[in-house]
Design a protein around this ligand. Structure first.
Ligand SMILES: Cc1cc2nc3c(=O)[nH]c(=O)nc-3n(C[C@H](O)[C@H](O)[C@H](O)COP(=O)(O)OP(=O)(O)OC[C@H]3O[C@@H](n4cnc5c(N)ncnc54)[C@H](O)[C@@H]3O)c2cc1C
Length: 404
């Protein structure tokens, strides 16, 4: 027998963005019936399976901390978060260097670092406590967009769902967005980001480092000190063939190569965890909304991880989308209509483009051998350090994700 279910909003993907959005939406409009669908069989309610062991240190801006507070998960997460007290940006082989320190008047640190797996666990655990249904191991097999609703057939036998709005948050290379004909412009960067945690011989003092080298970018983010010895989370981007070699060398050789590239500004690297890597693709959806459908998170825009902006940007998108839906719903308006969704799109487009351009261009700028660019970037870093107005702009971008 066929079983039909009706919801106000269906969110496809219980990743960092889909899960955050579900929590934000229920906070802004508690009456909505929300369903989250997750297809990955190794993910289940309370636990993170080995396959989902995301050891990345995710840098969260102040805005993101506030958003996670609104979503109701920050209080529990804070004890597993490392505050960022200062940020150092440097260019290997060149004198330029920029430093941003938390000022004594700042109530909050510049940002926080949380391990990806702890963030996803916390989000998913909270989903099970709220008025949200979450179906694991479920995939959409057919979608039809009708005038007043979307109709979804799922991989659960004979189950059909209707909803006023479909939020696609299933990550880069979304099957469902592609089936619906959404055009996502993407670029394989031919690079990989190697991720690991690295043990130091001294305290990290909450310093986050971003170091540009000719072949890629190195980011070292402080991890919570309750993890025993001082540790940092490493993201090291390299052309794919070098990255493969770096993944396979012994720990001793890996640390040696890392130390050569990074120098001794944070001490001696004494140990490294198992390494994982992410192939880097950037993408931007040319079409982000349609009547009854909206793309959110990596499916809408996938950024170079250089400045740790992807999730931060998507959390701000998620907040504005939840607000737009709640406000339409409170005014008895159809929140799945093009007019409501297009207002959200227009509201977010400028910032999305700006951040995608900025993060997309930085690595190329720093890997360039062009003498003018070389001079410019060093002057740029020096002037960031010395000219307060430029520092303010950059810091506002890095910490708050906003250019103005
Ligand atoms: C190395 C690296 C470091 C980064 N560091 C930072 C950082 O410091 N700060 C920051 O802000 N950002 C950072 N980012 C970016 C950040 O990780 C992404 O922006 C974020 O993870 C995107 O989340 P998402 O939920 O959109 O996608 P995903 O995390 O890919 O989640 C998608 C979910 O959808 C599920 N799914 C897929 N297909 C289906 C389907 N058909 N049906 C149902 N479910 C489906 C998947 O199983 C998954 O759970 C980093 C990225 C990388 C690669």
């Amino acid at each position: 027998m066929r079983r039909d279910y009706a919801f106000d909003a269906v969110i496809v993907g219980a990743g960092l963005v889909g899960a955050s959005f579900a929590l934000l939406l229920t906070k802004k409009e508690p009456n909505l019936r929300i369903l989250v669908l997750e297809s990955n069989k190794s993910i289940s309610s309370g636990k993170t399976a080995a396959a989902d062991s995301d050891i990345r240190g995710i840098a969260l801006s102040r805005d993101s901390k506030n958003i996670l507070q609104t979503a109701g998960i920050w209080a529990a997460l804070e004890k597993s978060a490392a505050p960022i007290e200062s940020i150092h940006v440097s260019d290997k082989g060149h004198p330029g260097m920029a430093r941003f320190n938390r000022s004594p008047n700042d109530e909050d640190p510049l940002g926080y670092v949380v391990e990806g797996r702890l963030l996803s666990d916390s989000l998913r655990q909270n989903l099970t406590h709220k008025k949200i249904q979450i179906w694991y191991s479920t995939e959409i097999t057919d979608t039809s967009i009708e005038k007043d609703q979307v109709r979804l057939t799922t991989s659960k036998t004979n189950t059909v769902i209707v909803a006023k709005l479909l939020v696609i948050a299933d990550g880069l290379c979304s099957k469902i967005a592609s089936k619906l004909g959404f055009w996502v412009k993407s670029k394989d960067l031919g690079q990989k980001a190697i991720v690991a945690s690295v043990t130091l011989d001294r305290k990290h003092k909450g310093i986050a480092y971003e170091r540009f080298t000719q072949s890629g970018v190195l980011a070292m983010l402080p991890l919570p000190t309750n993890m025993g010895q001082p540790k940092v989370s490493l993201v090291w981007t390299q052309p794919s063939e070098f990255a493969l070699q770096l993944e396979q060398v012994t720990d001793v050789l890996f640390l040696d190569k890392l130390q050569t590239q990074f120098g001794y500004r944070s001490g001696i690297f004494t140990d490294v965890s198992a390494r994982t890597s992410f192939a880097l693709t950037t993408s931007f959806a040319e079409e982000m909304i349609r009547a009854r459908v909206v793309l959110l998170g990596n499916v809408a825009h996938s950024l170079h991880p250089v400045a740790g902006q992807g999730l931060n940007l998507s959390l701000r998108d998620a907040t504005r989308l939840a607000e737009a839906i709640a406000s339409a719903s409170n005014a008895n308006r159809d929140f799945g209509s093009v007019s409501v969704l297009d207002k959200y799109r227009k509201d977010r487009l400028f910032e999305q483009h700006l951040i995608a351009e900025f993060t997309g261009n930085l690595p190329a700028l720093f890997s360039s051998q062009n003498i003018v660019l070389k001079l410019g970037r060093n002057l740029g870093l020096c002037s960031l350090d010395f000219i307060p107005i430029l520092r303010e702009k950059f810091i506002n971008f890095g910490i708050n994700g906003r250019a103005f």
